[in-house]
Design a binder for this molecule. Structure first.
Ligand code: HEM
Length: 405
């Protein structure tokens, strides 16, 4: 890395297109350092596994969105800019809260996502998977994300919550606007549409409850004042977005990793019992969440040789941490037989992903069935031409063209 680049690192398209390589340089040379975020604000980026794990569980780092917003306002470098507008209408969710509010909200949904509860969804997930594979079978070449990796998790999470299927394409558009680099106007438009849609849906569930998670949450609100109306809308938003924006990329990134490494693909085809471990390896190697959501220090925090002052934003790179050679030997290599457990792809500490059992189940079914169904599956583009999404949150491809036969 040359001197100029070392002085100012911007999380821009260049960074996202070359994230593993740039992360490796940072982890070796400056494992805790300031970077410039896409909208011009500075934050501290943490790239080592041990530091990442410690900080994810450190209560001196807060996620309280009200305090974060105030901090944002004071720190904005672009005149006239305000904090991301969607944070007002949809932000009252647990990923933006510290205890005790976080604890209260998380308790309401924990039970719906335990491994045994989620296991009951297996037949339905298999059925959706088969239908999508049947639809694909008529084509020779498809974008695997649009045809398969996206519709599967969005259908599952919408059915679980009780969201009608006619809204799914809109949701895809709105949520990618909110997660990728977008203008404040685009964000305001998408978040307004989403908040309005969810508010109306919740009103319908209140009038006519159905057998789904959203009706159960409406009921909890009405019974015990467990959630405010804004918390209810925000919870629905969080579950919908977190429930599909991530799993789509676990499937997409996992398939890409396999198609780039024919030896590993052959090993997995020869022994399907390797699949659960292989899914952990995909999570480790191509972590679908690039950086954990923004935290800020409430007091000075020492991390190795560096001290992060109070009231600074902190970004923890899960992708970089999961490729730390102090934790995993030969970390940039896909190895479907590796013991990849302990990776940080689902986070760590109190915000550890509530949907991890669901994501794992979906990915095992999806990738397992895809490989069985299409023994000739291969990439339909040179790997170097594939583009990643420009997002500090999502590490996922824009498209994944594949040949089926
Ligand atoms: C939290 C990753 C799938 C719901 C998180 C966090 C990560 C993560 C890294 C913590 C973020 C942080 O600490 O800043 C993933 C990955 C997935 C996945 C990689 C798929 C491969 C899902 C699914 C759901 C879900 C299917 C469905 C409901 C949530 C929720 C939280 C969360 C609600 C917030 C938990 C809290 O604040 O206590 N996820 N997730 N995720 N995830 Fe997932």
């Amino acid at each position: 890395m040359d001197q100029a680049a070392r002085e100012s690192i911007r999380l821009d398209s260049d960074f996202f297109q070359n994230a593993p390589e740039l992360s490796r340089v940072l982890r070796t040379e400056q494992p805790v350092r300031q970077v410039v975020m896409p909208r011009g604000m500075s934050a501290w980026l943490v790239t080592r596994y041990a530091d990442a794990k410690t900080l994810l569980a450190d209560q001196r780092l807060s996620k309280d969105s009200e305090r974060a917003r105030a901090l944002f306002q004071r720190r904005l470098t672009t005149p006239g800019e305000t904090s991301r507008p969607f944070e007002r209408s949809l932000a009252a969710h647990m990923l933006n809260m510290d205890p005790p509010d976080h604890t209260r909200l998380r308790k309401l949904v924990n039970k719906a996502f335990t491994a045994p509860t989620v296991a009951r969804l297996r037949p339905r997930i298999e059925e959706i998977t088969e239908n999508l594979l049947d639809d694909m079978a008529g084509s020779t070449e498809v974008d695997l994300l649009s045809a398969f990796a996206f519709p599967l998790p969005i259908t599952v999470i919408c059915e679980l919550l009780g969201v009608p299927d006619d809204a799914r394409e809109d949701f895809r558009t709105w949520s990618s606007t909110l997660l990728d680099t977008a203008t404040p106007e685009q964000i305001e438009f998408a978040s307004g549409k989403m908040a309005r849609y969810l508010g109306e849906l919740i009103a319908r569930k209140r009038a006519e409850p159905t057998d789904d998670l959203l009706s159960a949450l409406v009921h909890a609100t009405d019974e015990g004042d467990a959630l405010s109306e804004q918390e209810l809308v925000s919870m629905a938003f969080l579950l919908l977005v977190a429930g599909h924006e991530t799993t789509v990329n676990l499937i997409g990134n996992g398939v890409l990793a396999l198609l780039r490494e024919p030896g590993q693909l052959a090993a997995l085809r020869a022994d399907p019992a390797l699949l659960p471990g292989a899914v952990e390896e995909f999570l480790r190697l191509e972590s679908p969440i690039h950086m954990a959501t923004l935290r800020f220090t409430t007091e000075p925090v020492r991390v190795g040789q560096a001290e992060i002052p109070a009231e600074e934003f902190v970004l923890i790179s899960l992708l970089a941490a999961n490729r730390d050679d102090e934790r995993y030997p030969d970390p940039d290599r896909l190895d479907v037989t590796r013991q990849a457990g302990g990776h940080l792809a689902f986070g760590h500490g109190i915000h550890f992903c509530v949907g991890a059992p669901l994501a794992r189940l979906e990915a095992r079914i999806a990738i397992g069935r895809l490989l069985e169904r299409f023994p000739e599956l291969r990439l339909a583009a040179e790997p170097e031409t594939l583009r990643w999404r420009d997002s500090s949150l999502i590490h996922g491809l824009q498209t994944l063209p594949v040949r089926l036969g």
